[in-house]
Write a protein that binds this ligand. Structure first.
Ligand SMILES: Cc1cc2nc3c(=O)[nH]c(=O)nc-3n(C[C@H](O)[C@H](O)[C@H](O)COP(=O)(O)O)c2cc1C
Length: 275
C-alpha cells in the first residue's frame, strides 16, 4: 500500500510530482495528481512526489510532509562541506569511552538516507554499540585468529594476520579494529540490485556525518577479510544473515587524536572524453 494522498486545497496543479515520478505512475486527473490502483506496485517508494511538491500537498507511504525537513535555503554552505570532506581523517586511536547511544542511533538514522540501487533500502547495520561488547568480540576474534595461526590454517594470501596476532599477544596492540570502542558492519541481501555499492555508500554517509559530530571512524579492510575470509564463523556470531553480502566494516568512537589541518592530495586522474 503506497497511501498516496493529495490535499486538494493545497495542490496548485503544477504537475511537478507527475513530471518527476521516476516510474511515471502519477497522472493529472481533473487537475490533481493521482495514481491508478493497478500502478501502485510500480512505485519504488522514493517519495520524490512528496519532496518536490511546493505546497506540501502530497503525502505518500503515510509520510506527512510537515514531518520532513525544509530544504530551500537550509543547506550548509559548499565551503563547509568541502572542508568537512577534506578534513576527514581515518582515526586509529580512540578514547576508552562509549559514545552516547542516542548519538550512535542518530548516525545510523542519517546513514539510512544514503541512496540504494532501485531504492530497495535493504542495507543492514550490525552494530557493536558498547565497549565491553567490543572488547569481548575483539578477544574472541583474536583468540580464534591465534588458533588459526597455530594450526597453520590461514587461507593463502592472509598470512600477514600472523603478525597482527603476535602484536596483540605481546603488546595488546589491535591493528585490526584499531582499539575502537564500536563497530558497524554494513551488509545487504545478495539478491539486491547493488548490495556492495549500497553498503559502501551508506558507510561513506555514516563516516562523514560522524566526523561532523567529532566522532572518529576508520574503514577496516582487515576486519572485513578477517570476518569474510579467515573466520567466517564470526559472521554467524555477529548475526549477519547468511544470504547477505558483507559490504564493509567500519570502526568508530571518540577520537584520542585531533588533526590541526587538512592534508593536500593530488587530484585523481581525470580523463575528459571527447569523440
Ligand atoms: C576500503 C578501505 C579499506 C581500509 N582499510 C583499512 C584498514 O584495514 N586499516 C586501517 O587502519 N585503515 C584502513 N583504511 C584507511 C586508509 O588507509 C586511509 O583512508 C588512508 O590511509 C588515508 O588516510 P585518511 O583516511 O586519513 O585520509 C581503509 C580505507 C578504505 C577506503
Amino acid at each position: 500500500m503506497i497511501k498516496f494522498v493529495v490535499n486538494k486545497e493545497r495542490c496548485i496543479s503544477c504537475g511537478q510530482c507527475a513530471a518527476d515520478c521516476l516510474v511515471s505512475i502519477i497522472d493529472m486527473v481533473d487537475g490533481h495528481p493521482s495514481i491508478a490502483r493497478q500502478n501502485g506496485p510500480k512505485c519504488i517508494r522514493c517519495q520524490h512526489c512528496l519532496a518536490i511538491c511546493p505546497t506540501a500537498a502530497i503525502s505518500i507511504l503515510g509520510v506527512d510532509p510537515a514531518e520532513c525537513l525544509p530544504v530551500t535555503g537550509e543547506l550548509p554552505h559548499a565551503d563547509k562541506i568541502e572542508r568537512l570532506i577534506k578534513a576527514r581523517r581515518s582515526v586509529r586511536r580512540y578514547k576508552k569511552e562509549d559514545l552516547d547511544p542516542a548519538l550512535i542511533q542518530r548516525l545510523l538514522d542519517v546513514a539510512s538516507y544514503a541512496p540504494t540501487g532501485k531504492n530497495v533500502r535493504q542495507v543492514r547495520f550490525t552494530v557493536i554499540d558498547n565497549r565491553q561488547m567490543m572488547d569481548k568480540f575483539r578477544t574472541q576474534a583474536m583468540d580464534l585468529l591465534a588458533q588459526c595461526v597455530r594450526e597453520g590454517k590461514l587461507p593463502p594470501g592472509m598470512e600477514f594476520f600472523a603478525d597482527h596476532v603476535k602484536l596483540w599477544e605481546t603488546a595488546k596492540v589491535d591493528i585490526i579494529f584499531r582499539g575502537a570502542p564500536h563497530l558497524v558492519i554494513a551488509s545487504a541481501p545478495k539478491n539486491c540490485p547493488a548490495p556492495e555499492p549500497d553498503c559502501l555508500i551508506a558507510l561513506a554517509y555514516f563516516e562523514l556525518f560522524a566526523q561532523s559530530l567529532g566522532v572518529g571512524t576508520v574503514w577496516t579492510g582487515l576486519a572485513k577479510w578477517l570476518i569474510n575470509v579467515v573466520l567466517p564463523e564470526l559472521k554467524i556470531s555477529l548475526g549477519i544473515p547468511q544470504d547477505h553480502v558483507m559490504g564493509y566494516v567500519m570502526a568508530f568512537g571518540k577520537p584520542l587524536v585531533g588533526y590541526a589541518r587538512t592534508v593536500k592530495h593530488a587530484p585523481n586522474e581525470i580523463v575528459k572524453v571527447s569523440f
